[in-house]
Design a protein around this ligand. Structure first.
Ligand code: MSP
Length: 636
């Protein structure tokens, strides 16, 4: 790795809700990459933070009865605490409400305004509240937001615009001549497709305070605040001294890798590069978009109740196992599926059986046959036979791991390390140190066990960036501290005569509790037909807006509804077609059971159930009396 510095960033997270697995994943990925670069001796900087302005945060504050700043201050702690528990080693944490950020955003805006890169104009068009974005008539898909499919509002107002359109040709050329800029390649093609098939519009970078007050005031017009994305994207440079600390800025910028989820590709590969171009600042070397974590095959969503809570997983299986699973299971760029079954399977096979077992075997045999000490076998490896084969496999893991970081195929890097771990276990089977000991071949036993210990040392160093706590414990057994860059390829690093430290099993096997094995509740039996407060609270009732409706083919009673539940779009099948026509239900705000397990009705997936009142053959939908500011409200 020839780079002389490495700067990695995560998106900054909205503080409208607590962190979930998606946030944890990008942050762990950045942490693992940062750790690897440190391990390879590259000066490294790792930035994460929170996106604290804009409509989402203001709405969350209103919902929670807080001021927006209180909302930010309370939620940011949850992110910071989780990062601490997840052993995240970020060098800085930026909050966009901090003066150091706001001041520079205003300076950038003023400079762009003075140079006519930003201008004022009357705007007439369509606005999606959820995405906080403007669209032209042409952009809309079936009259709805092209990004999220929700209803858009017609608006007319004065605003400020960034001359993004003039950079269209330049950006196409830049992406085509810098294949490393957008990764994976197919995401670059996605952005190029968008740029080649559409006329790029200027970007509206303001919001009138009358509509949204929570944001950074425009320095040249106090009636407006800055569009949240224009403010947020700048965090990547305000945090590292842009316009305040040239030395620091020049040391780290351009960023080596900006990690994002695939849903925020346009903002990072169209808005961000054109903003930087207008500012006269170099572009980041790479924007890397990863896929989504799904629950099984379904999108995670709060209202479906299938969002993986990182804290729960950590409590159950430990931080390092959680980090390992996320990195080993996802092929970067693709979506991946999270299930507890897959987690337990991988934990038991890779960590408990292969790695944990190898450590116990090696330590036990060193205890039994070598007086509990690592014997002396010199600084060179035996250059033939099973010894050579094993050491070659270990060294191949070093090479594979390093190249997997460059090519962002971390899962194959990890699999090369696990292959080396298994190879040590096979090496024991070939050499059978227990038989050698019986035969009194002490030197041969010493050679075998030292080679195993050295192999474990290298594997633990390669796994350290992913599992820092467990690998520190493993290395301590052999009297080693943190891994050092030049020790990956060296042999004989463990000092001869080192006394082996005792250690409890590193990864004890875990069992996935089957439903019937879960402890039986000791609560008194309830009278029949009576439910408890907890039973009520388990049913998640939400309001939902009906966006579309149509009859299900071949089923007289069924309507297929497309509904909006807060930020999410869902499909629901309801047996109301004999009481309501499709047109009658569109636009109604209904009440649904949001955490019902999805089911197929006549082959059509239904994600929830709507509530009705019925007497005899009459049936009426339960609807909401009057307007609420958004759908997805809790019904209580
Ligand atoms: N605030 C913006 C980012 C501004 S960066 C200048 C934002 N925040 S977010 O909190 O909504 O999302 C942050 C990241 O989490 C995104 O990259 C998104 O892709 C990621 N994830 C959210 N849910 C996810 C999964 N289920 N799986 C993987 N990542 C997903 O967008």
């Amino acid at each position: 790795m020839s780079k002389n510095s490495y700067y990695v960033s995560t998106p900054i997270y909205y503080v409208n809700d607590k962190p979930h697995i998606g946030h944890s994943y990008t942050t762990i990925l950045a942490d693992v990459l940062a750790n690897y670069h440190r391990l390879l001796g590259t000066p490294t900087y790792f930035l994460t933070g929170t996106d604290e302005h804009g409509q989402k945060v203001q709405q969350a504050a209103e919902k929670n009865g807080l001021t927006p700043q209180e909302q930010c201050d309370q939620t940011v702690v949850r992110f910071q605490e989780l990062w601490k528990r997840l052993e995240i080693t970020n060098d800085d944490f930026i909050r966009t409400t901090e003066p150091r950020h706001k001041k520079i955003v205003q300076e950038v805006l003023q400079d762009l305004y003075d140079r006519d890169e930003i201008y004022r104009a009357e705007y007439e068009g369509w606005y999606c509240v959820g995405c906080e974005r403007f669209f032209t008539e042409k952009d809309l898909v079936d009259g709805n937001c092209p990004e999220c499919g929700r209803k858009v509002d017609a608006i007319q107002e004065a605003n400020y615009f960034f001359r993004m359109s003039k950079y269209q040709e330049w950006l196409i050329d830049y992406i085509e001549t810098h294949p490393e800029f957008i990764q994976p390649d197919f995401r670059a093609n996605e952005t190029l497709g968008f740029l080649k098939n559409n006329e790029l519009q200027d970007l509206c970078i303001s919001r009138p305070k009358s509509r949204l007050a929570w944001g950074i005031e425009l320095p040249f017009d106090s009636q407006f605040i800055t569009y949240v994305w224009f403010d947020a994207l700048l965090n990547y440079i305000t945090a590292i001294g842009y316009k305040t600390d040239d030395e620091m800025f020049n040391k780290w910028w351009p960023a080596s890798q900006q990690l994002i989820g695939k849903d925020i590709l346009t903002t990072h590969t169209v808005y961000w590069p054109t903003m930087l171009k207008a500012m006269g600042v170099e572009l980041p070397k790479t924007v890397f978009a990863h896929g989504w974590w799904l629950t099984g095959r379904t999108k995670m969503s709060k209202s479906l109740g299938n969002v993986v809570n990182p804290m729960e997983m950590i409590d159950r299986y430990g931080v390092d196992a959680f980090r390992y699973f996320l990195i080993a299971e996802m092929t970067l760029g693709q979506d991946a599926s999270f299930t507890e079954e897959a987690f337990v399977r991988r934990y038991n096979s890779d960590l408990a059986n292969d790695l944990g077992n190898l450590l116990s075997r090696t330590a036990n045999m060193l205890g039994r046959y070598c007086d509990g000490k690592v014997p002396m076998i010199g600084k060179t490896v035996v250059e033939f036979g099973p010894e050579k084969e094993l050491w070659d496999t270990v060294q191949l893991a070093v090479v594979e791991m390093e190249s997997s970081i460059d090519t962002m195929r971390l899962n194959s890097g990890l699999s090369a390390v696990l292959t080396a771990v298994r190879k040590v276990n096979q090496y024991f089977e070939i050499k059978q140190p227990w038989t050698l000991a019986k035969e009194g071949k002490a030197e041969e036993v010493g050679l075998t066990l030292t080679l195993a210990a050295e192999s474990l040392r290298v594997c633990a160093a390669l796994l350290y960036p992913v599992m820092p706590e467990k690998m520190t414990a493993l290395r301590k057994v052999f009297g080693l501290g943190k891994p050092e860059p030049d020790q990956l390829t060296a042999f004989g690093v463990i000092k001869a005569g080192t006394v082996i430290e005792e250690i409890a099993p590193l990864f004890p096997r875990v069992e996935l509790k089957k439903e019937e094995e879960k402890p039986v509740s000791t609560e008194p039996v309830k009278p029949e037909g009576v439910i408890t407060y907890d039973d009520v609270m388990n049913v998640k009732l939400r309001t939902a807006k009906v966006l579309e409706a149509e009859k299900v083919e071949g089923a007289d009673k069924l309507l297929r509804l497309q509904i909006e539940v807060g930020d999410e779009k869902r499909q629901l099948v309801a047996g109301i077609a004999q009481h309501y026509s499709a047109e009658e239900v569109i636009g109604k705000t209904i009440v649904i059971v949001a955490n019902l397990k999805p089911a197929k009705i006549r082959g059509v997936e239904s994600q929830g159930m709507l509530l009705c009142a019925s007497v005899g053959d009459q049936l009426k939908l339960i609807t909401v009396d009057g307007e609420l500011p958004f759908s997805g409200a809790v019904v209580k």
